[in-house]
Structures are given as C-alpha cells and as structure tokens.
Design a protein around this ligand. Structure first.
Ligand code: ADP
Length: 257
C-alpha cells in the first residue's frame, strides 16, 4: 500500500519559549515523525527562524527589515537543530525555502514539487519555510499557516496538520474564556469567522486563529482536510494518525487515516 502524504506545520509558539528555541521540542517532533513514517510521507513546514535569530542578536522585531535579518541569522541555526534531532533517529532532512508566489506560478511550483518528490522517494524529510529574507507575506501575516495550506494542496497531501499551543478550535478563545468548548469536527467555516481584526498594537485581536481558519477554509474548498492540535501533546497526534483515536484536536473536513 502506498503511503499517504501529510504536511506538518510547526508554529513559533511551539518552538520558542519567548526567549530561545527549545531543542527538546524539536527532538520530540523528530521522534513523532519517525513514528509517523511507518504510515505516511511527512513534509514539515517550520516557522521559528526569527525567534531563533533573536537568541543571537537583539534587534527590534517590530521593524520588518530587522525581522528579515533575524530570520536570515536564525534559519540556519534552526535547521541545524532539526538536522541533529532527525539524525539521531537515522533520518536525513533537507531545507527548501519558498516565497508565496512559488505556489502561484506553475513553473516554480513544478520545480519545488520535483525536488520534494525526489526527497520523499529517498526517505528524506523536506523542511520548508518562507524565504523570509526576500519574501515577507507570512512574516507579516500568518506565520506560515496559509503557506502550509498551499503546500499541502499543491503537493497532493491529504492532510495538513497544524501544531499550535491550544488543543484545537474552540467556540471562543480558550485563553480568554474558561468555559470555551473544543469543537472536534467542522466541515464548513462560517465566512464571518474569516475576517481578521487587529488590536491597537497591530497584533491579531483573535490570536493567530483566523489564519488557521483561512488555511482550513482553503483546503475544505479543495476537498482536503486539516487537523489543528496541540504541539505539546504529540502523543495525541500519533493516536489520531496511527490508531484513529481522536483524544483532542479539531478535524476540518474528512480524513480516514
Ligand atoms: P501559533 O503560534 O501556534 O501558530 P497563534 O498564537 O498564532 O498560534 O494562534 C493560536 C491562538 O489563537 C490561541 O493560543 C488562542 O489564544 C487564540 N484563539 C482565539 N480564538 C480562538 C478559538 N476560537 N479557538 C482556539 N484558539 C483561539
């Protein structure tokens, strides 16, 4: 039986404690991927380059060019952590840096796709990120949520997994409301939930949940699925993907492991 393809997106909030990149988390992700590989071809999309650069040079992250400079310092450091952690499971990893329009122009998409096909064929884990030094879309908006949805679609993945700092999608923000309830399944996203609003500091008033819903909406419209779950509970992700047991997380659309 041929393996299904999944894209696993890791957010900055999973990797950074606000000060530094937590290599222990990267190790656990590598361990989880090592287990998932029995059944799936896994493609990673990882944020965290800016946070990683910030550990080396304290530039003001509110300035876009500073963010780009931090990303260019941090990207190789981040990938070195991934390389080491994957290597301890005997897994080779590779880096691919993209800009959003690589997935709009057919030619560039095809080149990226060809590269990734070869990597997967040879059991190498591709680790994708936006090329933040020259592209800014996801740095300013979305922390790779939308990019990972496009990647999942154009690379023929059946499922996009988004790891976050929450257990899934709730009926209201769980960090603000104690009585927020987790929604385990959703096959449609109300259009009004896709509108973004900002607080007075230019941050998302709703946390990053809107970009995740936009990603889910894009995939649902293409007949694909997305699973939003907690990056601190990778055991639950393994239960879901390897044993079809959903202990937490929100499944958007349909997915039959
Ligand atoms: P990440 O950095 O993991 O990509 P974000 O911090 O950008 O995640 O987005 C997740 C945050 O969105 C949650 O921590 C939560 O505070 C906020 N949020 C707002 N509304 C909701 C909701 N309805 N369900 C889940 N999270 C929500």
């Amino acid at each position: 039986m041929s393996k299904k393809r999944i894209v696993l997106k890791i957010g900055t909030s999973n990797l950074s404690d606000g000060e530094k990149i937590q290599e222990g988390v990267i190790y656990k992700i590598a361990e989880c991927v090592a287990h998932l590989r029995d059944k799936f071809h896994v493609i990673l999309v990882s944020s965290g380059a800016v946070a990683s650069g910030y550990t080396q040079l304290r530039l003001d992250k509110q300035v876009l060019a500073h963010k780009q400079a931090l990303a260019s310092i941090g990207q190789p450091l981040l990938l070195e952590s991934y390389r080491k952690c994957f290597a301890s499971f005997g897994i080779l990893s590779a880096q691919i840096l993209l800009s959003g329009h690589d997935f709009d122009s057919r030619k560039a998409t095809q080149h990226a796709r060809d590269t990734i096909e070869v990597l997967l064929e040879h059991n190498v884990i591709p680790i994708l990120n936006e090329n933040d030094a020259i592209a800014t879309a996801e740095l300013m908006f979305g922390d790779n949520d939308r990019l990972s949805a496009h990647i999942a679609y154009y690379l023929g993945a059946e499922l996009l997994v988004i790891l976050s700092d929450i257990d899934g999608y709730y009926d209201k923000d769980p960090h603000r409301f104690d009585d927020a309830k987790l929604i385990p399944f959703l096959d449609q996203i109300p259009q009004e939930k896709l509108q973004t609003s900002y607080d007075p500091y230019g941050n998302f008033a709703t946390g990053g949940i809107v970009t995740k819903l936009i990603a889910a909406d894009f995939l649902l419209q293409k007949g694909r699925a997305m699973f939003l779950c907690n990056g601190n509970q990778l055991g639950h992700l393994e239960d879901f993907l390897l044993r079809q047991i959903q202990k937490s997380g929100t499944l958007f659309g349909e997915f039959n492991g």
